[in-house]
Ligand binder design. Sequence first.
Ligand SMILES: C[S@@+](CC[C@H](N)C(=O)[O-])C[C@H]1O[C@@H](n2cnc3c(N)ncnc32)[C@H](O)[C@@H]1O
Length: 291
Amino acid sequence: MQLIVTSPPYNIGKEYEKHLALPEYIFQQQMVIRECVRALSATGSICWQVGNYVDNGEIVPLDIALYPIFQELNVRLRNRIVWHFEHGLHCSKRFSGRYETILWFTKTDQYVFNLDPVRVPQKYPGKKYFKGEKAGQYSCNPLGKNPGDLWQIPNVKCNHVEKTEHPCQFPVELIERLVLAMTHEGDWVFDPFLGAGTSIVAAVRHDRKGAGAEINGDYIAIASKRIDSALDGTLKTRPMARPIYNPKEAGTSLTTAPWNIPSVSYADLDCPHEQLVLFERTTQYAQKEGK
Ligand SMILES: C[S@@+](CC[C@H](N)C(=O)[O-])C[C@H]1O[C@@H](n2cnc3c(N)ncnc32)[C@H](O)[C@@H]1O
């Protein structure tokens, strides 16, 4: 296998897992990780994507808990990627969790890493050298910049185009970036906890081969269907290069709190009828709430 990428159960009582004592969970993970490292090619990568195990309000970051297993197997940590997303549970007794991590290890120092296919747009593409031999020439790489190790990618919640019945899918674009950077065309990608099949979808979309393991028959059915659609080019996914949705820029009226609308005389307003109706409703609401 050239790339083994997965998001294992987090032992937090999701419908697909049995809640285990932490040492037992870690032991089970160790068994799987050991086999994955054995099956990895010499130039290959292993990416373990995890969040927190929560016990009675106390969190255990699973990357910290699992890191010693990888260390013992002599794989080398290349990045601890922070995946930041906007949506999730709202906590009342701690700050709401809005990131998870991906531990990226390689089996050896001779590993595949293709940066060009995963570059992202430069912040200042027009910037030039201002002194020295190259003065006046553009200073940045026109192919884009290194995406860094903090990735802001929307997680798959109910109105995401990729949402299936599976409760916690990877966004395809998250795995596409790993596939493009860590494999070549024709290479194998394996996911030992396949869920809705996202890792294989990301692999076949880029002419790689995919394989996986999953214990739940319903998820296998979802995965097969998605893989077939990915192969025939009909699967809808969020494109890799799409910027994060900005509701203010999109002009969504919901970004204005009704209680913050200043009181203005209607005669001063030069608005279409629909906007006046909306304004009237929010003003009435604010008055009713005593704002
Ligand atoms: C966090 S989800 C993975 C979701 C996946 N990344 C996706 O994009 O859909 C973990 C998956 O592991 C599966 N699973 C749990 N125990 C397993 C086992 N012993 N062998 C294989 N799969 C297992 C669960 O059914 C669940 O679908």
